[in-house]
Design a protein around this ligand. Structure first.
Ligand code: SF4
Length: 422
């Protein structure tokens, strides 16, 4: 293992190098298999990709993941502008604008040469209503069928009726792919993919739970970057191996006393999607202030039931059961009660000193309840918080100085509370 350290979580680690290789290889394989005749599905981020492993020759691509990578590689704004020139509003989610800009320009300027043209689009309604409209553009433009999973919003934990409703739609999706692709679904293969995803997520949970240590051996920026293969390599042995090695390497660095924020003084929580265009800059600037955003609701929730951060382990049973029960793991489809419960748990487990709510110009569903959530966290836990304005993938809607004025004010508030013994 070789490691060069730089403050802020952007260390050159073996896991970082392996991650780059996995992502590049996943996209190369996707293009290659599509060129060789595979049935290609484009999916929304939480559509259960493990189902596709049940077929001989079905591959999937995730436009949101590709858009995040484009923003991280510095071409987010460029692709957004292409969509805007074609008439799409700047109020639309920047993931949608990046994806539309990329598709309308034939994949030009994409870090992965775009994505192969789909035979089927699968969106859902639980993260946001925009996704179905966005995929409908391709449905009309290319004449590709569009399957919409109707996933109920959850104010409480998932009900039995909702579970059955979701599971029945997965069965419909399987039948649809069988009809369109001419391939038969093999449940044993999907079961194996679910088993591997379940095992990988247990390692993921071990990795994110390391944020509870003081000082933290990880930053939220590590988790933003390393979540990528959960979207491109679901249900594979390579996914398990990556997270197993990531945990081992992080624990070894801890044993050596190597931490991403030397002299960590402030432990913060981030609430929203990653600011993909700012990862390096923001993490370095925070580290210089002795501040570590140790965890984020966005990545901490992966693999958990709504309102919790514990792993939802796979018991070896019906793979559709596990996938249906986990369908609402992400924060967007959660009501206020679930969001507050989960955030309190994260604050307490990780000894968080303050919360950064990132009000996201693109993702209204993530941002909608943040003001009330902030009030609740302050009132019930006495934990200070600030709200900053970001857009996760459109750099034009972010102001670094204005954001850091507020973040530094948060750090001063934390100091004042410590000084007062509160
Ligand atoms: S609005 Fe939010 S949930 Fe919807 S696609 Fe954009 S980032 Fe995802």
């Amino acid at each position: 293992m070789t490691t060069d350290t730089a403050p802020g979580g952007f260390r050159k680690t073996s896991s970082g190098r392996r991650l780059t290789g996995i992502i590049m290889n996943d996209y190369l394989q996707l293009h290659q298999r599509a060129a060789d005749g595979a049935f290609v599905v484009w999916i929304a981020i939480v559509v259960p990709a493990e189902l596709f492993a049940g077929f001989d020759n079905v591959v999937y691509a995730v436009p949101e993941s590709h858009a995040a990578m484009s923003a991280g590689k510095g071409v987010g704004t460029l692709q957004c502008e292409k969509a805007e020139r074609a008439g799409y509003s700047t109020d639309l989610c920047s993931y949608a604008r990046i994806d539309l800009g990329t598709a309308l320009d034939g994949g030009r300027d994409s870090p992965t040469f775009g994505m192969p043209r789909p035979h089927l689009l699968v969106s859902n309604t639980n993260n946001c209503s925009l996704l179905a409209k966005w995929f409908d553009v391709y449905h009309r433009m290319w004449g590709v069928p569009h399957f919409i999973l109707d996933i109920p919003f959850c104010y409480e934990e998932q009900t039995g009726a909702d579970f059955a409703y979701i599971k029945a739609q997965f069965a419909d999706l399987i039948r649809t792919i069988e009809e369109l692709s001419g391939q038969r679904f093999d449940e044993a293969r999907a079961r194996e993919a679910v088993r591997l995803s379940g095992e990988a997520l247990l390692y993921w949970k071990r990795f994110t739970s390391l944020a509870a240590h003081r000082p933290s051996p990880i930053t939220a920026f590590d988790s933003f970057v390393h979540m990528a293969p959960i979207l491109t390599s679901r249900g594979t042995a390579q996914l398990v191996e990556h997270y197993r090695e990531l945990v081992a390497e992080t624990e070894e660095l801890m044993a050596q006393g190597v931490y991403p924020v030397p002299g960590e003084r402030y432990r913060l929580l981030w609430d929203s999607i990653a600011p993909w265009h700012q990862l390096r800059k923001m993490s370095a600037r925070l580290a210089a202030l002795g501040a570590n955003i140790t965890c984020a609701s966005y990545t901490y929730c992966i693999g958990s039931l709504e309102g919790s951060f514990d792993a939802y382990a796979y018991d070896g049973g019906d793979p559709l059961d596990w996938l249906a029960r986990l369908q609402n793991f992400s924060v967007c489809p959660h009501g206020m009660k679930l969001r507050v419960r989960a955030m309190k748990e994260a604050i307490e487990r990780n000894a968080i000193d303050g919360v950064v709510f990132a009000s996201n110009r693109s993702c209204k569903v993530y941002s909608l309840m943040q003001m009330d959530q902030m009030r609740s966290i302050r009132d019930t836990l006495g934990v200070p918080a600030v709200m900053i304005d970001v857009d996760h993938a459109d750099e034009r809607k972010y102001n670094e100085e204005a954001s850091f004025v507020r973040i530094e004010a948060l750090l001063e508030t934390i100091d004042a509370l410590r000084g007062s013994g509160a």
